[in-house]
Each structure stands twice: as structure tokens, then as C-alpha cells.
Design a protein around this ligand. Structure first.
Ligand SMILES: [Zn+2]
Length: 252
């Protein structure tokens, strides 16, 4: 078993080296455009016919997500950080479209904003998700056939390998960003609601080649927290926490 792992490692390493060499070759033929300042893609969860969770005040998850994503974008821009939104209006987007918008840019960070709900309406607090290795595996197989990051001058098979390599590296950064997200939320919302960083095969994150996290800012259906989430002052707190986590991540 260990021998197989070693062989796989060597094969992966060789493919990576080959990909680098081929990319270097391609770069000589057509120089890549210089990398500009980082761009953050903010994804307001749900939208249009997809309402998301129903809030205790009548506010739906899709509305809260858009309010927060818009505020975070404004705050990031005020700090001189470029930010884009997957949607700026109440429209329906598939999960794949959301990631494709980020991949096409390409964005440097992907942050999907959601609110939670529980069957008993008793749960509360905030949590941040990153993809599991299992999620990455599923992703590799599912998307291999038709989706690669556009890489001018790079052959399609090499682009696939580079996508895989980038996804691996992105995992570390995603975990870091998720931890920052929880810390920033804890500072403002208190340690009581800290549900931690979680790993799951979150489908909205599948296919993202940049570090990607999904933040659940709180339980919109909880009698108390649901009411708080509808308050502009609390929304500002949440937006500031998310902004701070992103800005700190980019500053590192
Ligand atoms: Zn959601």
C-alpha cells in the first residue's frame, strides 16, 4: 500500500514538473499578462426562485446573503481591495455558474455567504466550511470532462493537471481563511456561537481553483438570532468580520 502511495506521489510529481515545463514553454511563445492586484469573488447564496432558509422575521436567506455580500464588497473596495459579486440582484444561479464566474476571472479568493436553519429552530451560531479531500476527489472526476481554468497558450491536458495542483495548494489557504473568518466573527458575535471550521463536500465550492470557503453567518430561523440577523447593526458587524478576515488573508 505504501509503495503504491510512493509511486503515485512520484507520478504526480513528474506530471507537475512536466506541466511546469510545458507552461514555461508556452510562456515563451505568448507572454502571460502580468498578474494584477488580487480580486475577491463574493458569492451571495441562493437568489431568484431559490429562497434559501426562511427567517423568523420574514427575511429570507437569499436576501440576507445579498445584503452582506454587497456590504463586504463595499468595505473591501474602501480598503483598496478589488471585489466582485456572483450576483448583484435577486436572480437564480446554479452552483456551477457561481464557481465558473470566479474561475473565469480568475478570482484569488472565493467566499460564499449563507445563513443557516435547523429543524428545531433551536440552533444558533456561525461556522465556516472548507472542502474535504473527498470533495476534491469527486470534483476532479466530475469536472474533468468539461471544465478547466482558461489558460491561454497552455494545452488542455496540461491545464487539467495545473487545475488539480492549484486545488491542492488552495486547500491550505482556504483552511487559513476559514480560521480567520471564525476568529473575526467570534470577536464580534461572541465565543458562544462559535461552531468552528467544518469540512464538507460543499457543492458550491466544487470546481473552484482558488481558495474557497463558505460562511454560515448564523441561524436565520432561531427566535433570537434570526431577529438579530435582520438588524442593520448586526449585518454591519457580520460584514466587517468577513471583510477583516479576507483583508488579513490577502495581507499575509
Ligand atoms: Zn444557504
Amino acid at each position: 500500500m505504501r509503495r503504491v502511495t510512493r509511486i503515485l506521489h512520484v507520478v504526480k510529481r513528474s506530471l507537475f514538473v512536466a506541466a511546469c515545463l510545458l507552461t514555461a514553454g508556452a510562456a515563451v511563445a505568448s507572454p502571460p499578462t502580468p498578474r494584477s492586484a488580487p480580486v475577491v469573488m463574493l458569492d451571495a447564496g441562493h437568489g431568484g426562485s431559490n429562497l434559501g432558509a426562511a427567517g423568523v422575521t420574514g427575511l429570507h436567506e437569499k436576501q440576507l446573503a445579498l445584503i452582506l455580500a454587497t456590504r463586504v464588497a463595499d468595505r473591501l473596495r474602501a480598503r483598496g481591495i478589488a471585489a466582485q459579486l456572483t450576483r448583484t440582484t435577486d436572480r437564480t444561479l446554479t452552483l456551477r455558474q457561481r464557481v465558473a464566474i470566479a474561475d473565469d476571472l480568475p478570482a484569488d479568493l472565493f467566499v460564499s455567504i449563507h445563513a443557516n436553519a435547523s429543524p428545531t429552530r433551536t440552533q444558533h451560531g456561525y461556522e465556516t466550511y472548507v472542502l474535504t479531500a473527498r470533495g476534491l476527489d469527486v470534483d476532479g472526476r466530475a469536472l474533468r470532462s468539461d471544465t478547466t481554468t482558461p489558460r491561454p497558450g497552455v494545452p488542455a491536458d496540461v491545464a487539467l493537471i495545473l487545475d488539480d495542483v492549484e486545488r491542492g495548494a488552495s486547500q491550505w489557504e482556504a483552511a487559513e481563511l476559514a480560521a480567520r473568518m471564525q476568529r473575526a466573527l467570534r470577536d464580534r458575535r461572541g465565543p458562544d456561537g462559535d461552531r468552528g471550521v467544518r469540512q464538507d463536500a460543499q457543492h458550491v465550492l466544487l470546481g473552484a481553483t482558488m481558495p474557497a470557503v463558505l460562511v454560515e453567518v448564523g441561524f436565520i430561523d432561531h427566535p433570537l438570532e434570526g431577529r438579530q440577523l435582520a438588524e442593520p447593526a448586526v449585518q454591519s458587524q457580520l460584514a466587517e468580520a468577513i471583510t477583516e478576515a479576507i483583508a488579513d488573508q490577502l495581507a499575509d
